[in-house]
Design a protein around this ligand. Structure first.
Ligand code: ATP
Ligand code: MG
Length: 165
């Protein structure tokens, strides 16, 4: 298992189905208020991973790319929401300041695509996933935990995908 340091994990996916499965594992572990950031170029697989995350979390709704809306909100029977924000179209931190991230986090977990565009308003404690294109079907992902809650999440996630720690 490639481990960069105690707070990160590198994973290689060999297809979109595998990326979704990894997302499902992560989704089952998410709690209300968790912030998951997904960075990476166009087509890196961020939305594909969110499809798995939402499924694992128990979403009643299917995931679509929030290209024309800023935030997609997926429901669960217990009334929690998984909010999926795509910051790609935001021009600057000023525009981002209109976003009420606290409100979104109160409803459930928050997943952010293109988080670097709004980094100034993203909580310092977060789970950061850097995705990169390697080849047609291959993608690399580096998961990094920032803060105690996310260190715990990373340990549970490692156990979940590899068994043991
Ligand atoms: N291993 C893989 N993991 C994820 N996606 C893959 C993989 N192999 C191929 N793909 C394909 O790459 C594309 C990834 O698109 P996706 O919308 O998930 O990217 P994105 O990072 O959200 O892009 P954008 O920045 O435009 O929102 C999909 O068409 C998916 O089927
Ligand atoms: Mg996307």
């Amino acid at each position: 298992m490639p481990i960069l340091d105690a707070n990160s994990l590198e994973f290689f996916s060999h297809g979109s189905e595998q990326t979704r499965r990894v997302g499902i594992r992560l989704g089952t572990l998410l709690l209300g208020g968790d912030v998951i950031c997904l960075s990476g170029d166009l087509g890196a697989g961020k939305t594909t991973l969110v499809q798995g995350i939402a499924k694992g979390w128990g979403s009643l709704d299917s995931v679509s790319s929030p290209t024309f809306v800023l935030v997609n909100s997926y429901r669960r029977p217990d009334r929690q929401r998984l909010n999926h924000l795509d910051a790609y179209r935001l021009k600057d931190a000023l525009e981002a300041e209109d976003l009420d991230l606290i409100f979104l986090m109160e409803q459930g977990p928050l997943v952010v695509e293109w988080p670097e565009r709004i980094e100034s308003i993203i909580p310092a404690q977060r789970f950061w996933i850097a995705m990169r294109w390697l080849a047609d079907e291959q993608r690399g992902m580096v998961f990094t935990a920032q803060g105690a809650r996310y260190q715990r999440l990373l340990i549970d996630f490692k156990r979940c995908i590899y068994g043991g720690v």
